[in-house]
Structure formats: C-alpha cells, structure tokens
Design a protein around this ligand. Structure first.
Ligand code: AMP
Ligand code: MG
Length: 368
C-alpha cells in the first residue's frame, strides 16, 4: 500500500464508523469487530453481539476474498489483471477472471449514466496530476499538456468479449480506484449471505454494506465525516437491510501545486481535478453503485448530479460544496436515512429530485 495515503485512510476509517466495538465475545451487548489492511486501506467486519462466535469465520472469508480481488484489480500490483490489460493496451486482449469481467461490465452502467463523468480510463490523467505513482507536477503544467491526454480517455475503447478484456488504443490505462472497493464489499456481502450471516456490517475504506441489525436490534449506523474538520461528523446515517454507503471526499487524497490543493478525482471533460466539491456521500442498494456514484456525482456536481439521480430512485445522495458557509445538500431519500448533528440542522438543504418513471408529470428532475 502507498504510505502517503495511509494517514488519510486511517482518519477516514476512524471517523466514519460511529459504532463502539468491543474486541472478542463479551457480555457487553456491543457489536464486535475485526480489522485488517486490504486494497490500500482498512477493512473491517462487524457483527452484532449475539453473533460474535462467527466473527472470525466471516472476517477470514472476507480477508481472503479481498486479497483475491486486490490481486486482480489493483493498479499497484504489476501482475494484476488490470495491470496486464494496461500493459497490453493497443496490442492484444488479456484473459480475465469472472470478478474482473463482472466489475468491468458493471462499470459500463455508471460511465453511461454519468455521461462519462465516471470513467476508469482516467488513469493517465490521475498520474499526470501526481497520484497513483505519478510525479506531482509543478506550476508550469499547462492546459495543452492536460488536454493532450484527453485523447487517451474513453471507456468505449475497452473491448470486453468472452473472458478477455482489451484496451484498443496504445497509452490507454484503466484505474478502478473509484469502484473496486465497493465491488469487493458486494462480493464479500454475497458470500456472507451464502454463509447465512445474520447481522453483519462490511467496511472497506468507508465503502460499507450492512445486513440485519446492530446493537439492541437497531439499524446499523455510520457517521458522515465533516470534510472541513477531520475530528467531527456532520450526522449519522441509519442503514436498513442490504443498504450500502460510500463517500468521495477532496480531503482523502490531494496534492499541493503552488499554493493550491488538487483532489484525486479528475473531471474527464476537462482533464482537471474537481475543485468545487468537498464531499459526496451516496446510499444505495449495492456497494458498487454507492462507490461508483459517489465518485460520479463528485464530478457532476449538484445540478447535473440531481438530474442523474432522477433516473435512479434507489440512489440517494448528500453533497457538500467546497465553500463557506457550510451547506449540506441532501436528496429527499437521503434525508429519510440521515440525522444531522443538532448544531448543523440549519445547514441542511433539500435537493429536489423528480423521478420520471414514478411520476408521469415529471419532466426529468428539478435540481436546485
Ligand atoms: P473514490 O474515492 O471512490 O471517489 O475514488 C477516487 C479514485 O477513483 C481516484 O483516486 C482515482 O483512482 C479514480 N478516479 C479519479 N477520477 C475518476 C473519474 N472521473 N472516474 C472514475 N475514477 C476516477
Ligand atoms: Mg468511488
């Protein structure tokens, strides 16, 4: 894992989980949790107190699955399937496992629904801006250099056929950093459901999915970090059966060029890091969707994001623009699951979305 990302991931992990967990089986009626490092971040399985005897079994299953997925999907591992697809760009198709094929197929939906604002072929630009092994540029980086890399971006150049994947243009690269962790959480979730797990929460770097109930038969709860203060949360989300949550934030990974901070999420329309958003949290029915859509909506911003959300009734979002005074925009569906911190109640604004497939009078969304 990359050490420079480690500290921010620790903060994210500490803040996002608002549960108090006791180690091992106890009589304290509190959830019990096992954590480890996976895919460059923290992973955790938490089970309700009454299921604590299963914790080790669930955690070791999840640990093995996450390791297998990391070996296939990581751009930091030169032998991973994704790295081999990148090395073979413009040359030849590469055989891929069912997991890699599935995540690449799922990715297409989010590329399409976001109008290309979510696009894992963004990798060359992620590196140009100094992330994922790239060298941080200095202030002389000009628009021509940035724009010249836009020709390497486009998910349409990924050819999936049978059990192989192929980037049809040299210099193209995939980076599944915006979706792979959510996908891994869903793979673990499916496996734990097969094992008949009853009350469990899976967390991989803040990509979370829950089943059953937490302490005292209450829903699982997670805190949403205040992007302007790593030590505080803006509120708490209650997750009902099978629901997932993910957050994309400008505080997670960033570089400083001159005296300006640039976040790790790049707008494929311009080639530049997104600058006006501090954080986006998404609740949905799968972790892969929450992960992909939090990244996509971070790029799309509030108005266009609201239009896209109008097509996705199962997907609810919270947006925090990167400006003062603090304003927290939530869709109606998000508000149903969210309890803001009492001192922030005046900072919450509801974002109007309208679902054309549920309301025939709806013209296609009315974001504010
Ligand atoms: P997340 O923290 O899930 O929002 O993912 C951010 C990561 O996704 C970045 O560190 C990049 O590896 C990758 N990424 C950056 N910009 C984009 C984009 N526009 N579409 C897809 N992935 C991206
Ligand atoms: Mg994401």
């Amino acid at each position: 894992m990359e050490m420079k990302h480690f500290a921010s991931q620790i903060i994210r992990e500490i803040v996002i989980i608002s549960l108090i967990c006791a180690p091992g089986c106890s009589r304290r009626k509190e959830p019990v949790k096992e954590t480890w490092l996976a895919m460059g971040t923290f992973a955790a399985i938490t089970v309700a107190d009454q299921d604590c005897e299963y914790l080790d079994k669930y955690a070791s299953t999840a640990r093995d699955l996450m390791r297998e997925l990391e070996n296939s999907l990581s751009v930091f591992k030169p032998d991973s399937e994704v790295s081999r697809i990148n090395q073979s760009a413009g040359q030849c198709p590469v055989p891929v496992s069912d997991y890699t094929r599935e995540v690449l197929e799922l990715t297409r939906k989010y590329v399409e629904i976001s109008g290309g604002c979510f696009d894992p072929t963004i990798a060359p630009l992620v590196q140009l801006w100094g992330f994922n092994g790239g060298t941080v540029p200095d202030e002389s980086l000009d628009e021509t250099s940035v724009r010249s890399l836009l020709r390497c971006i486009g998910y349409g150049h990924l050819v999936l056929s049978g059990d192989s994947a192929y980037l049809d243009t040299p210099d193209m690269q995939l980076d599944l950093g915006g979706i792979a962790k959510g996908y891994a959480v869903d793979v673990c979730y499916r496996k734990l459901m097969e094992m008949k797990a009853e009350n469990v929460m899976i967390n991989l770097g803040g990509n979370i999915r829950c089943h059953g109930m937490s302490r005292g038969n209450k829903p699982w709860k997670v805190g949403v970090r205040n992007p302007f203060d790593p030590h505080s949360i803006i509120g708490t989300i209650s997750l009902t059966e099978g629901m997932a949550v993910a957050t994309s934030g400008n505080y997670e990974r960033f570089v400083t060029i001159g005296n300006k901070r640039y976040a790790h999420i790049i707008d494929p329309r311009t080639g530049y890091p997104v600058r006006d958003m501090a954080g986006v949290t998404v609740i949905s029915t799968s972790a892969v969707e929450a992960d992909a859509m939090s990244t996509a909506l971070f790029v799309l911003s509030i108005e266009e994001g609201g239009k896209v959300l109008s097509l996705m009734p199962q997907c609810h979002a919270l947006f925090i623009p990167d400006k003062q005074p603090l304003r927290i925009w939530v869709t109606h569906g998000f508000a149903q699951h969210f309890t803001p911190e009492p001192n922030l109640a005046n900072h919450i604004f509801e974002l109007t979305t309208c679902y054309p497939n549920q309301d025939p009078h709806c013209a296609g969304g009315q974001p504010q």
